[in-house]
Design a protein around this ligand. Structure first.
Ligand SMILES: [Zn+2]
Ligand SMILES: [Zn+2]
Length: 306
């Protein structure tokens, strides 16, 4: 390929990669959910999208420096597996011990309303779910930045010095549970069916790997509706005037409504990270927010003497 043709190919890739991963991912999910093994099919599609982004990161990286290892890959994967695995384990326990699960969930099930518009086409039900869940996600995320009690858990996610597809799921398990509670319990109480939760999970999964990938994507008008890599990079900025913005997980509606939408006309920052220190190992990263000295480290304060 001539250098001109290569440049043209990269240009097209920059514009196509976001819609390609998002819309093809969701189309794949559509067929996956209709198959005999919906969760296995979805996991395969998701893994394919991660691999694709991993490759595109090497072709058109946003920041060359972020291609280099930071020693955190194993921790990133361990946090992802733990937080995702915990939800799977809860579901598995429900299958293995149905009586126990029924006894535990019965009081919650009794509170469930039947307000959910189950007769709507799934596209509208899923879109409604994304917006309702986003209200909880937005506030969980904003509180995690504005309240020190919650920041101690969320700082782990912001401690990365490179953004790439693999650190999408680097969340402290408490941070994740807080977000899941605020976003999914309202849907459950409204009586949303299981399929709606699948779709919400699919949208969150694809938007998530897109927002963190180190691909020089052009997202144009998508920046005004969805949480895109461009917007989320600002959110990871060390400069808090830039970083305490763009809290949206999937869509940016509530950032626009509550005045935290940030999309200036310049390339988003690559100076990312936090002032404090995160512990080096996986287990100490989990326990750090529970000790006084650990919290002081996270906040970038000196340990107290005596
Ligand atoms: Zn954040
Ligand atoms: Zn992030």
């Amino acid at each position: 390929m001539t250098s001109k043709a290569a440049a043209a190919a990269k240009y097209i890739l920059a514009y196509l990669s976001w819609p390609l991963v998002f819309f093809f991912g969701l189309t794949g999910a559509y067929f996956g959910f209709a198959s005999a093994h919906p969760m296995v099919a979805f996991a395969a599609i998701y893994a394919g999208a991660v691999l694709l982004l991993f490759l595109v990161e090497r072709i058109i990286p946003y920041e060359e420096r972020w291609l280099q290892a930071d020693g955190e890959t194993a921790n990133d994967i361990a946090h992802t597996v733990l937080t995702k695995g915990l939800v799977e384990l809860a579901a598995l326990a429900g299958v293995i011990f149905p009586m126990f699960a029924a006894a535990l969930l019965q009081p919650i099930a009794a509170m469930q309303f039947s307000l959910w518009p189950s007769s709507w086409p799934m596209l509208f039900q899923a879109s409604l779910a994304v917006i309702i869940a986003e209200f909880g996600l937005y506030w969980a995320h904003r509180i995690a930045h504005e309240r020190l009690f919650f920041w101690r858990f969320h700082a782990l996610h912001h401690s990365v010095t490179r953004l790439w597809v693999i650190n999408t799921g680097r969340f402290h398990v408490i941070d994740s549970l807080f977000k899941i509670a605020l976003s999914q319990i309202p849907l459950y109480l409204l009586g949303a069916p299981l399929q709606v939760f699948w779709w919400l999970g699919a949208v969150t999964a694809f938007i998530g790997i897109l927002t963190h990938c180190n691909v020089d994507m052009r997202t144009g008008l998508f920046d005004f509706v969805f949480s895109t890599p461009r917007l989320h990079r600002w959110h990871h900025s060390k400069d808090l005037r830039e970083g305490n913005t763009n809290y949206g997980e999937n869509v940016v509606l509530f950032d626009q409504l509550f005045g935290t939408y940030f999309n200036p006309d310049r390339p988003s920052s690559t100076d990312i990270g936090i002032k404090g220190q995160i512990a080096p190992g996986f287990v100490s990263q989990l326990t750090q927010p529970f000790t006084k000295d650990g919290v002081r480290q996270i906040l970038g304060l000196k340990p107290k003497r005596g």
